[in-house]
Design a protein around this ligand. Structure first.
Ligand code: HEM
Length: 107
């Protein structure tokens, strides 16, 4: 389903913006709860859907926001961000590792 062009536009392209909200609070292209549609279900769907969904989403957002707020992230000297991908069993991974230098914003 995740690679079906009838479900997702350019399914094989990394487009994080497809997950942005429209600005009116409504999700743009997907619904994780399975109540409106089923396009993507990292938390399952239906009666046995993950009861920790809301907590998990909140925690992840908070975790990433804190990593960005607390640390300056730079690519290692001489390297560039390369978003090429490779298939590894059922996972899609970065073809070339992203090596970063992380330093505290506040000392
Ligand atoms: C990124 C984080 C998480 C992911 C991707 C995830 C994913 C899932 C998935 C796929 C299921 C199976 C749903 C099904 O059978 O259809 C599940 C079940 C469950 N999850 Fe999560 N989960 C996450 C975090 C959490 C958290 C934070 C909690 C609790 C605080 C939690 C509690 C549970 C429980 C109790 C079930 C069993 C529900 C049942 O069988 O009725 N999960 N989760």
């Amino acid at each position: 389903m995740g690679r079906d062009p009838k479900v997702w536009e350019d399914p094989m392209e990394f487009k994080s913006e497809r997950f942005l909200t429209r600005g009116d609070g409504m999700p743009q292209a997907f619904d994780l709860t399975g109540s409106r549609e089923i396009k993507m279900m990292p938390f399952g769907a239906g009666r046995r859907i993950c009861p920790g969904l809301a907590l998990a989403l909140l925690q992840l957002q908070y975790f990433v926001a804190n990593l960005i707020r607390e640390f300056e992230w730079t690519v290692k000297d001489g390297e560039e961000v390369d978003l090429s991908e490779k298939q590894y069993t059922i996972l899609i991974m970065m073809k070339n590792r992203l090596r970063t230098h992380i330093s505290p914003r506040r000392v």
